[in-house]
Every structure is written in structure tokens, then in C-alpha cells.
Design a protein. Structure first.
Length: 170
């Protein structure tokens, strides 16, 4: 990609981000993503009330909603961010997220910019080790795809989640 294409792409991403922020209201909707139990007969797993549906939030800008829920919903204070390489390079989204988190009293103790496609184990192990060493209590993603898949695995291999998984009976 030449520099004029890169500049045009960066400008387009920034314009889209600004447009999305300007359309957000100051009223948030926060609700369970699914009405049904998290497991079902369709997936071949037994229905259980011990699993909790993921939640969705909309109506607030991402940075504001993320900082609010990290601090108030999850009561976390030490965050590790796994961010899209493109969003890190081409926009100010990462800096704005870090600023919003700090404004809520959350320390950002680690940042990983970008992840190779298909969520390589080497990167997962690296992030898990960094998060463990920094005593992280919240993993945040900025972007989607491989890095979101990776974040889910990192959470599962970190204590206390790993210990709970090992103690579960098949």
C-alpha cells in the first residue's frame, strides 16, 4: 500500500469513528445477549443455569462504556488490552480507550498491538504470561476476529478460570 492510499484509509477510518461517536446517545442499554440458556440441545450440551449469558451494551461510545463496565460491572482495576493492529496504527482509538480507563481509575498494565491470523498459540502464551506477571484482572479487546478469539483463550488459561475448568467433570 502506498502512502497516499494509507493516508486515505486512515482518514476514512477516523471519519467513520467520529461519525459513530456523534450518533451515540448518553443513554446506555445493557442487557443479556440471549434469552435462552448459554448451552442448548442444539450444541449437544446440557442446559444449565450455572452459565451466564454474555451481555451487550449500546448507546454509549465504546471507550466510555468499556471504562464504565471494567470499573463498575467487573470491579477491575488492572487491565490488559489486546488491540487491532490497524486500529492501533491508523486511529487514536487505543489512546482514547487508555485515557478513558485511567479516568475511571483503571491501570492499563499491558497492551498487545495486533495478532496474526488464526490466533497462534505462541502469541496466546505470550499474552497469558504477560497478563499473569502483571496480575491482570481484566482482558479488553479493541477490534475483533483473531484477537477476540485469543482473548477468550487467555481468560480460560489464567487462574482462577483454569483451575475451575480443570475441576469440572465431563
Amino acid at each position: 500500500m502506498n502512502s497516499s492510499t494509507s493516508t486515505a484509509t486512515s482518514a476514512a477510518i477516523s471519519q467513520m469513528s467520529a461519525a459513530l461517536d456523534s450518533k451515540m446517545s448518553s443513554t446506555e442499554t445493557y442487557k443479556a445477549a440471549f434469552d435462552e440458556p448459554p448451552s442448548s440441545k442444539v450444541s449437544g450440551t446440557a442446559e444449565t443455569n450455572s452459565l451466564v449469558s454474555p451481555y451487550v451494551s449500546y448507546g454509549l461510545p465504546y471507550t466510555e462504556a468499556c471504562a464504565k463496565h471494567v470499573r463498575e460491572t467487573f470491579n477491575s482495576s488492572r487491565a490488559y488490552i489486546i488491540a487491532s493492529g490497524t486500529l492501533s496504527r491508523e486511529t487514536d482509538r487505543l489512546e482514547r480507550l487508555i485515557e478513558a480507563l485511567k479516568g475511571k481509575g483503571v491501570d492499563v498494565v499491558g497492551v498487545k498491538k495486533g495478532m496474526r491470523p488464526h490466533t497462534p498459540w505462541t502469541q496466546i502464551i505470550e499474552i497469558a504470561n504477560e497478563a499473569r506477571a502483571a496480575n491482570v484482572d481484566c482482558i479488553i479487546t479493541l477490534g475483533a476476529g483473531s484477537l477476540t478469539d485469543g482473548a477468550k483463550i487467555v481468560v480460560l488459561v489464567r487462574p482462577p478460570f483454569y483451575s475451575a475448568l480443570r475441576s469440572m467433570k465431563s
